[in-house]
Design a protein around this ligand. Sequence first.
Ligand code: AMP
Ligand code: MG
Length: 473
Amino acid sequence: MVQAMREHFDNSYARLPDRFYAKLNPTPVATPQMLRVNETLARELGFDPVDLSAEVLTGNSLLPGTDPLAQAYAGHQFGGWVPRLGDGRAILLGEVTGGFGRRDIQLKGSGITPFSRNGDGRAWLGPVMREYIVSEAMHALGIPTTRALGAALTGEGVQRERRYPGAVLTRVAASHIRVGTFQYFAARGDGAGLRLLLDHCIARHYPAADGPLSFLAEVVAAQARLVAKWMSVGFIHGVMNTDNMAVSGETIDYGPCAFMDAYHPRMVFSSIDQQGRYAFQEQPNMAVWNLAQLATSLLPLMDGDPEHAADEATRVLEGFATQFSPKWLQLFRAKLGLTTQEEGDEALITGLLARMASSQADFTATFTALTEGDASEHITDDGAWDSWAPDWKTRLSREPGDPKDTMRAANPVLIARNHRVEEAIQAGIEGDYAAFHRLVDALKDPFNPAPKYLDLATPPKAEERVLRTFCGT
Ligand code: AMP
Ligand code: MG
């Protein structure tokens, strides 16, 4: 058994040179207590869920075959350059391999590392629950994301605005390599490290790529697809710093993220995003900004004349827009029940979104109402529904098949509504985890939820609305 587990791990990142990380074990916690194990995911990854005990999920006990380390990276935070960030409260235990490929197993909230700066290396229950709920909800929506393998309480308090229960999240990712990881080596002028990192990422994520430029093109394409998907479900990441953008194209680092209730293109949730840098509508632009930092980091690895290399990289970056727009259009067409393409479709979609904004219509509920053919109870601005619906219905009459089927598959009934996430966290602080478990269970089937979960589809009442989420590390 132990031997099998040992062979289950194959820690390719730990075999990179030691300037890529700091090797250290998680700091043990007082009294590990299980919160939840994702048994389905555990089995998919070749674990026996009983092996994922509270001791293992807090890092008090290490599975055979792990080689724990904190990864080094840099990043632009809200546009400001920070040359050294790194895992200040996370530890990569190792990588498991199998028919699914290769996945990182990481603990988040596992204690101080050489990258902790002034932080305590810990996480409290709130952000752990939020990441568990939202990342699993994203997965069920078909959106590339890191996953939650489990969460456990530490039995220790964590001091933030007040004292909260401490917790550790066990996170799974294709890798935790970020745009900021490339920036780290580029900024140090470490060309050899940069080359090793590139080769590692190509082998791991984009084996068809044959160099820095085609690698960049793959990351650009993955991010264009990803951000289009975020937009299609009203998701706001909240902190799209370059250290929070994975080159694998997975959504990563759920901080003050949220799904919008009332639609507005300039919606912001994060308490620390005062300028609206990462507002809903800005996300594609910010993805390009981040990818430009990746391109800059890769320039030293590009052959030939530097000016020519920069032109080539710019051309690849321009590919974001040419891939994002058709993807966005395809996703929103489906939300309106359209499987064919016509010239006027984009105007039809943007016409609806403008009316949703002026009506402060609930994003998710509007689209599920459209599935039933009538969103007039959401598009309430004067004359807004009546000035849009006839064009939509005329357009639908030219569709083959039943548009309802298309819309049911494109318009989730359940999202991780912010007030429900907050409700689960508040109960959790009091030691009641029922709302958390119910939310996680319900969100496994967002397009066709069991009737017993339909209360979770209801938008918040005015007094229930959560308009700010705190970074809450
Ligand atoms: P994030 O907000 O998750 O993107 O984190 C930004 C940086 O701050 C990363 O380098 C984190 O590891 C670090 N960090 C965040 N919270 C803590 C904490 N409680 N203790 C130590 N480092 C932290
Ligand atoms: Mg981060």
